[in-house]
Design a protein around this ligand. Structure first.
Ligand SMILES: [Zn+2]
Length: 343
């Protein structure tokens, strides 16, 4: 072959190889974080303004880790908070133990967010145990006992900043007292991702009550809170974690679907739904302690799910973000011995 023809053929081959390389580069998935703005395959399409509109209207599905349906018991740590404040009286050891500082609380919420935890409320947990769906990866419930004023002034803004749901156990007879949340604050939080649970009328030790007095503390707190928020209140918390068989029966008979204690634990099921354990978060404890108390997460699986709605979780203060209420409690299997009418 003449030398000039050989050179020409080599040049042609090199051109093909270059073109192939360019094509392969165009088809390759984008390298993570190295070239964020590289045009994708869609750039090769003929420009179509209508298509761009359709793409925005129907976002592509995405992959997500979830706890799949059907597990009868699962690890969902229920964190227990009281005050979110700097304890005003250094000699008050009980007050100190119950007070997580705003800085510590914010760093705990930051850690949960950074590590893929998803705060859910009891509507979601009850719904999961009823078989109505799945839970997000690393579910956790954030509960606040007693309805102190700093729940609204301090914890609530930090929760909103993280787009976190939570549960507030409110003592119905304390609403509007100087150190507790007001009725308006309860309503605002209820409409913005803070589920309201009951914590009796006067924070009484229920194990010391019986008959009409016990019924008043349990049932009347439910009625008062439901009258305030305008929908069922299905979750209860025993004051100071004190309960006995009679107290549990009263809580179930009053129409509550769940109740939490102060006993430690992270695994919950429908059958122990009136004795759900919690993770106490004490004042001054290091972040490492909370991480250790959470333990390993509930195993999750990767699924395809629709892209999230374009509206942010926390829009204007008046737009509700909580999920619709779940089926009434009668749908839950009765596994606790609840006999006879009460009181
Ligand atoms: Zn309490």
């Amino acid at each position: 072959m003449p030398r000039r023809r050989q050179v020409g053929r080599a040049a042609a081959l090199a051109l093909v190889a270059l073109s192939l390389g360019a094509l392969l580069q165009a088809l390759a998935p984008p390298a993570a974080s190295t070239f964020p703005a590289r045009p994708a395959l869609s750039a090769l399409r003929v420009a179509d303004p209508q298509q761009a509109h359709r793409d925005r209207a129907q976002p592509a599905p995405r992959m997500a880790l979830v706890v799949p349906p059907g597990r009868p018991a699962l690890r969902v740590p229920i964190l227990m908070y009281h005050y979110i404040r700097v304890n005003p009286n250094p000699s008050d050891q009980l007050g100190f133990n119950l007070s997580v500082t705003p800085i510590d609380f914010a760093s705990q919420m930051d850690w949960l967010a950074r590590n893929g935890y998803h705060p859910v409320d009891f509507d979601q947990l009850r719904g999961y145990l009823l078989g109505s769906g799945r839970l997000p990866d690393r579910p956790v419930v954030l509960t606040f006992d007693d309805g102190y004023r700093d729940l609204y002034t301090t914890a609530y803004p930090i929760l909103r900043a993280h787009h976190f749901k939570a549960v507030a156990y409110v003592v119905s007879g304390f609403v509007n007292s100087p150190v507790n949340v007001t009725a308006d604050q309860v309503l605002e939080m209820d409409a913005n991702g803070i589920q309201i649970g009951a914590h009796t009328v006067s924070h009484a030790d229920l194990t010391k009550l019986s008959g009409a007095n016990l019924w008043h503390e349990v049932f009347d707190s439910k009625i008062a809170l439901e009258a305030l928020v305008g929908h069922p209140v299905l979750d209860f918390c025993y004051p100071s974690g004190r309960f006995n068989d009679g107290v549990v029966r009263a809580v179930a008979a009053a129409g509550f679907a769940t109740a939490t204690t102060t006993q430690p634990g992270v695994v919950h099921s429908s059958s122990d739904r009136y004795l759900w354990t919690r993770v106490r978060v004490s004042g001054g404890e290091p972040l490492e302690q909370l991480i250790a108390d959470l333990g390993p997460p509930e195993p999750a699986v990767l699924v395809t799910q629709p892209a999230p709605a374009p509206t942010p979780l926390h829009g204007p203060k008046t737009s509700p973000v909580s999920l619709p209420l779940l089926p009434p409690r009668e749908a839950l299997p009765a596994t606790l011995p609840i006999e006879g009418a009460f009181p």
